[in-house]
Design a protein around this ligand. Structure first.
Ligand SMILES: C[S@@+](CC[C@H](N)C(=O)[O-])C[C@H]1O[C@@H](n2cnc3c(N)ncnc32)[C@H](O)[C@@H]1O
Length: 422
């Protein structure tokens, strides 16, 4: 077929560790304890932090946050997400988007929006497929990315030229893709202009801050992060240590977020995600389009999923904050609830990654690519990538797909159900 194979040896080797991204090359601050000390000072002044505040500080602190100062580093890098494993993943997403867009009558102008594009690989594969099918007329690529370093890496992957914009503009970087369409970068979805939108979020929501609650004999308490008094020293260069504590009184978030009929021992809720789900629904209702959300997660049943990854291993989220990736599973039931509360939105899913990809035609693509490969190693590699994406004990079951459509699509979707979810 039309695209060249680029399977990753690295993927096969590290398939066990899905949630590891970027080799850490500190630019601004080399001190591994820097964020820990900032958090320590914050807690000294303000008291224990919520897990959400801790995640925000660790992941997106403008100076040293985990996402804010990573370089991307080819062969030696230690990340692995589905789009990085093989181009087949992005191609299937692109084919799905094209198919659903065509059912809508291929409205133009069209903006493809990706939330948290990482290295820009998924967007790049989507644009390539759209270009192949001549679907880029009056199209734009809009990227929502908080990290200046990653936005630069994305621009190198996607654009023939790009530049930073004036600080007065909501677009902070813009360029032209290798296929000739405009590409623009924003810090948040609410800044992306309204208009017909095909929105994709792959492993974006699991990176957003969560509040954690724990059931006790005296009701739910919010889980907070405090300084560990057993590890306090007078040496200001030592590594501060933290521990989990429970709030003494009801916290504002507990009152706002926890449902009265909640029964789980541990509950994790991401108000930042809820806000973005709402914005997506409002956008789809106002100007049409669809959203495809892909992430690892559960449907209303998850409990204690907050964790950290460093160099392909799960580590303690409270140790050396800023040197590891923090993440929590996505609750797809919450997306449906937001959509239902908003009204005028059809929510479909979740489907497992395996089901979604196979129903979208991954196996056909896999066979077509195989037919053109003569090199044995290359062939083995491609087969391994296929297995990593679809096997139940690899990424096939844990990763889920969920889609949102405006209710105006109901008649069409009743006739031609959404591919990948039936
Ligand atoms: C876990 S990575 C996923 C990367 C990519 N989608 C993939 O699957 O390879 C999360 C991405 O979201 C971005 N991100 C994290 N928090 C963000 C926020 N609050 N706003 C915008 N982007 C954010 C990160 O910089 C990164 O690009």
């Amino acid at each position: 077929m039309f695209l060249h194979l680029k399977p990753s040896n690295f993927a096969a080797k590290y398939f066990k560790y899905y949630r590891s991204y970027y080799t850490v090359k500190r630019k601004a601050v080399k001190d591994e304890n820097y964020i820990a000390r900032q958090i320590y000072q914050k807690i000294k002044v303000k008291g224990p932090l919520t897990v959400a505040d801790y995640m925000k500080e660790v992941l997106t602190n403008p100076m040293v946050g985990y996402y804010m100062h990573k370089d991307m580093f080819g062969e030696t890098g230690d990340f692995i997400t589905s789009p990085e494993i093989t181009q087949m993943f992005g191609e299937m997403i692109a084919i799905w988007l094209l198919n659903e867009w065509q059912k809508m009558g291929s409205p133009k102008p069209l903006q493809v929006v990706e939330l948290g594009p990482g290295r820009g690989t998924l967007s790049s594969d989507i644009v390539k497929v759209f270009s192949h099918f001549k679907a880029l007329h009056k199209a734009k690529l809009q990227l929502v990315e908080i990290s200046p370093v990653l936005s630069e890496i994305q621009s190198r992957r996607l654009c023939s030229q790009s530049h930073l914009c004036s600080e007065k503009m909501v677009v902070y970087r813009q360029g032209t893709s290798h296929h000739g369409i405009p590409v623009q970068w924003y810090k948040q979805l609410s800044d992306v202009p309204s208009g017909f939108t095909l929105l994709v979020a792959h492993e974006f929501f699991d990176a957003l801050p969560i509040h954690k609650f724990h059931k006790t004999y005296s009701g739910y308490k919010e889980v907070l992060i405090d300084i560990d008094p057993n590890a306090e020293t007078n040496n200001e260069n030592s590594e501060p240590k933290f521990r989990y504590v429970l709030s003494r009184n009801d916290t504002p978030m507990q009152k706002t977020l926890l449902k009265p009929d909640e029964t789980r021992d541990h509950v994790e809720i991401s108000p930042d995600s809820i806000l973005i789900y709402k914005q997506i629904c409002e956008r789809l209702k106002a100007t049409g389009g669809l959203a495809l959300i892909c992430d690892y997660g559960y449907y209303g049943t998850g409990t204690d999923t907050f964790r950290a990854f460093k160099k392909h291993k799960q580590v303690d989220p409270l140790v050396l904050p800023g040197t590891s990736d923090l993440t929590a599973d996505v609750d797809f039931k919450t997306i449906r609830e937001v959509a239902n509360n908003e009204g005028g939105i059809i929510s479909i899913g979740p489907a497992t990654q395996r089901d979604f990809l196979l129903k979208t035609g991954l196996e056909f693509r896999f066979r077509a690519l195989k037919e053109n490969i003569t090199d044995k190693k290359h062939l083995e590699n491609l087969s391994e990538c296929f297995r990593i994406l679809t096997d139940k004990d690899k990424m096939g079951e844990r990763f889920k797909f969920f889609s949102l459509f405006p209710e105006t699509m109901k008649r069409i979707l009743d006739k031609c159900p959404v591919v990948g979810f039936t």
